[in-house]
Design a protein around this ligand. Structure first.
Ligand code: FO1
Length: 306
């Protein structure tokens, strides 16, 4: 089997690690959101690519979910003394990754090649593919105007009211040509934020059609459990957009693309409403606290697909 797993930030990376534990590298490819990428301090920061890279390399900060564990912050402290920009925290070891990626990109390598090189050096055997090598930049439309994603997310801590999203460049970006659509037997949309982690992937010109043309089941795992987001601002965004903060509303968001939808056991009563959308559904234990939870959910999702 070739599983294509679409993933964004921290929540998605948890299930991705589960898949990496139960599937050999030739059986799964991770397609990652790059709408969060930005140029900062002369560097190319690719937060979601780095989150999955660090997660699969098992060097991720387990509390924050992003960045590295056992990180030190001398660079940030020194930058602060110069009055530099410190709202986006780059740890010392993380900085080395960004500098190395800058070097690779300056040498003419694609983001895919740079990602592959960096992941390999960190011992990751599974394939991590940015959704596109072309720039796509998420902008959050707020009641105070349009904000670049990291300004909204990190600098302003998601405080402005979100009224919509734009994925600048998506309509002219090409789908990553390394994605093996022809051999895909199943697609999983990991429990990432539908609006700012998954939608940018789906917005890349031709991505939706390419996914549907595989004829493979497309299985989404709900990031909303019991009316709440496990992590991050998904529920807040849904409220601000006037969408119900329910797992059924997430299923409705994916209607027309997704054939199967995994809900959490606590939402088992929603099975009928999801089925009414024409989706196959199952209720699983989707909250991933431990490594065992990630492996177990990956196994259960694979079982559901089979
Ligand atoms: N998230 C934060 O909330 N604060 C930070 O200072 C921060 C720094 C950071 C540095 C490198 C990196 O790869 C990710 C970082 N993130 C930070 C996380 C990231 O910006 C978001 O979690 C994602 O973009 C959302 O998926």
């Amino acid at each position: 089997m070739t599983l294509l797993a679409l993933t964004g930030g921290v929540g998605g990376a948890k299930l991705a690690l589960g898949f990496a534990k139960v599937l050999p590298p030739e059986d799964v490819v991770f397609v990652v959101n790059t709408g969060d990428d930005f140029e900062h301090l002369g560097l190319h920061i690719s937060p979601d690519v780095d989150t999955i890279t660090y997660t699969l390399a098992e060097v991720a900060n387990p509390i924050a979910g992003w960045g590295r564990k056992d990180e030190t912050w001398r660079f940030m402290d020194a930058l602060e003394r110069f009055g530099g920009e410190t709202w986006f925290r780059l740890g010392d070891a993380d900085l080395a990754l960004h500098l190395h990626r800058r070097t690779l990109l300056n040498a003419g390598k694609s983001l895919t090649a740079a990602t592959n090189e960096i992941a390999g050096r960190l011992g990751v055997e599974h394939t991590i593919l940015p959704m596109s090598d072309d720039p796509v930049r998420t902008r959050v439309l707020t009641s105070d105007g349009s904000l670049a994603f990291q300004h909204y997310f990190v600098r302003d801590r998601c405080a402005p009211k979100a009224v919509g999203f734009e994925f600048a460049g998506a309509e002219t970006a090409s789908v990553n040509p390394a994605i093996p659509f022809e051999s895909v037997t199943a697609i999983v949309i990991c429990p990432s934020n539908p609006f700012v982690s998954v939608d940018p992937i789906l917005a890349v010109d031709g991505m939706r059609d390419a996914l549907l043309a595989t004829g493979a089941p497309i299985v989404a795992v709900s990031p909303i459990v019991g009316g709440r987001a496990i992590k991050g601002p998904t529920a807040k965004m849904m409220r601000e957009l006037g969408v119900r903060t329910t797992t059924v509303a997430v299923a409705e968001h994916y209607a027309g693309l997704v054939s199967h939808f995994v809900i959490d056991e606590v939402d088992a009563r929603a099975e009928a409403a999801v089925a009414a959308l024409g989706m196959g559904t199952t209720a699983l234990q989707t909250v991933m606290t431990t490594l065992d939870d990630r492996v177990q959910l990956a196994r259960s999702v694979l079982e559901f697909i089979r």
